[in-house]
Design a protein around this ligand. Structure first.
Ligand code: ADP
Length: 551
């Protein structure tokens, strides 16, 4: 199959320009096989001639279904024409409109349905001739469609008003169908009879007419097959196959009306009338879903970008507040040493050195935040996760003691290494432990901080930080990771969102779970650094819970 010619961006989302995917082709093959099997079973077997009861409601139900299906398909194809302005689409829309309209006189003239000899005149041959005209018009339109879509690009598109094109096409089609109806229902028959007098058996003339129709459908199939490119082409090919099977089943096994072959042929006819409609509806809904997802993704991306801006400024404020405060204190101290009656230059110099150190620290913090937002992976090393855990516990020791928090550290010392930024992991743990202390400080009762590290799913490392603090209101749980969300009067609401971003930037997962009894737990998982061989998991042992402050 040739590839689609270069088309404007939006045309690639339209069924008549979209190339079929492998799933579509597979489905089309399945439908083709079902048609073939149905044909072989029905046409080959003697039971195709078995006469079934004449179901009165069958013809009106079948005709109405064809009318509605083809009319909706025509409307959808006209809608595609209004976007692409292609003559080819106009031709196929006309094809569907004509088959929809011709179903009306076909039903009305069918003997024994609305009147014993059919409505619209007394010509008993009308129905059969309308059937032949019905199945002639469609392949002609398909041939026009296939040829027009390959036409010279300058002459492929309608340049005038779309409404005028659609209205005039609909009017001409309706006029042609009306003329055909008049021709075949004229009281004085002008066309040779296709049915025998019993209005059930086919006359010899039928076989010539139906044979010509079958050849025309075959020709349309060949013309379209050689030019097939789009989803629409693929399914139109199948529609023609279904029509070929239908005409054959109705005609060639010398079937009579209401025989097994006749009923099966009608079902194939219904299938041919519904195929493109189903595909159009499915594709339109699918494309609509894709569009919706793309729109939502675009909106999320915009929000995330805005959020990143907010988060970046809030993080900088969060992190540099402390060194700035220290710089101001040292600057005041330095000035006081200089303003003395006998200035103490050594003390002043020491204060200025501290200011310089704090300045460097603030610079490093800002650089670290920027690197984190750039998702910089440059400073990652292979490390044992227990190291930053122990370091942060040591850093917070005074705080933990001041708030009478007991610590239970259950650290597995046989963990595989993880590839991570040491400083950023410290930042995560520092945030989690600080939050846990603050939560427990706000509550009386037992204050227990439990930190665990363990192997997770045999290829990752998991750390959990549990506390016995206030816990989190159910309504707030969904929000705690949002930047700037805080329930604290002096909080900035950046800690957890930074923690999660750091863990996710390390290809890990970060989540919170309410503690069974009280408090809250935060957990994160980081993938093990596979390049470093670790001790076999079977040999790893769990370390017994360490008691308070064993870090
Ligand atoms: P901040 O600490 O500045 O408020 P965070 O992003 O670190 O910002 O936390 C957001 C919110 O999540 C906190 O205001 C608090 O309501 C809740 N929270 C975080 N950790 C805990 C915890 N261990 N126990 C109870 N609530 C917590």
């Amino acid at each position: 199959m040739k590839t689609a010619a270069a088309a404007p961006e939006e045309h690639r989302f339209i069924l008549s320009s979209l190339p079929p995917g492998p799933a579509q082709r597979r489905l089309a093959l399945v439908v083709a096989l079902i048609l073939l099997v149905t044909f072989l079973i029905t046409a080959g077997g003697p039971f195709s001639k078995v006469q079934l009861p004449q179901i009165g409601a069958f013809i009106p139900a079948y005709g109405t279904a064809m009318l509605v299906n083809d009319l909706i398909t025509a409307v959808l194809l006209f809608a595609q024409f209004s976007m692409l302005r292609s003559y080819a689409l106009l031709a196929i829309s006309i094809g569907y409109l004509s088959t929809a309209l011709v179903a009306i006189p076909w039903m009305l003239t069918f003997p024994g349905v609305f009147a014993p000899a059919g409505l619209l005149g007394a010509n008993p041959q009308s129905t059969a001739w309308l059937y032949i005209l019905w199945h002639t018009g469609f392949p002609v339109c398909v041939i026009a469609y296939a040829l027009l879509k390959e036409a010279d690009p300058a002459r492929r598109e309608w340049r005038g008003s779309v409404q005028a094109a659609i209205l005039s096409s609909a009017a001409v089609t309706a006029g042609v169908v009306a003329a055909e109806t008049f021709l075949v229902t004229a009281s004085e028959p002008v066309l040779p009879p296709l049915m025998l007098d019993d209005k059930i058996r086919l006359s010899p003339a039928w076989f010539y007419a139906a044979g010509a129709v079958a050849l025309l459908i075959l020709l349309a199939l060949v013309v379209l097959w050689r030019r097939r490119r789009s989803v629409l082409d693929l399914w139109l090919t199948l529609v023609l196959c279904a029509q070929l099977v239908e005409v054959n089943l109705i005609s060639f096994p010398l079937a009579t009306r209401y025989s097994v072959g006749w009923y099966t042929g009608r079902v194939c006819g219904l299938l041919s009338g519904s195929l493109v409609l189903f595909v159009l509806l499915y594709e339109t809904t699918f494309l609509y879903g894709q569009l919706l997802r793309a729109l939502l993704a675009q909106r999320r991306e915009r929000e995330a970008r805005l959020m990143t801006g907010d988060a970046l400024s809030a993080s900088i404020a969060h992190e540099v507040r402390q060194p700035l405060a220290a710089m101001i204190t040292n600057a005041d101290a330095g000035l006081r040493w200089l303003n003395r009656a006998s200035p103490d230059l050594e003390e002043a110099k020491a204060a200025f050195r501290r200011i310089a150190t704090d300045g460097h620290r603030a610079g490093a913090v800002i650089e670290n935040i920027r690197a984190f937002f750039r998702k910089d992976a440059g400073s990652r090393t292979s490390l044992d996760i227990n190291e930053p855990v122990r370091e942060v516990l040591a850093l917070k020791r005074a705080d933990l003691l001041a708030h009478r928090v007991s610590v239970e550290a259950e650290l597995n010392d046989q963990l595989p290494p993880v590839k991570a930024d040491h400083l950023q992991l410290q930042q995560v743990l520092l945030n989690l432990i600080t939050n846990a202390i603050e939560s427990m400080a706000a509550k009386d009762g037992e204050r227990m901080l439990c930190i665990r590290s363990r192997v997770h799913d045999s290829s990752a490392v998991m750390v959990s930080v549990e506390d016995t603090g206030t816990g989190i209101e159910t309504a707030d749980i969904d929000q705690i990771f949002n930047p700037l969300f805080t329930t604290k009067s002096d909080g900035m609401g950046m800690g957890l969102s930074i923690c999660r971003s750091i863990i996710e930037a390390h290809d890990g997962r970060f989540w919170a779970t309410p503690n069974m009894s009280q408090g809250f737990a935060f957990n994160f998982v980081l993938p093990a650094d596979n390049r470093i061989p670790s001790a076999p998991l079977s040999r790893q042992k769990r370390v017994a819970p360490a008691n308070t402050y064993e870090y």
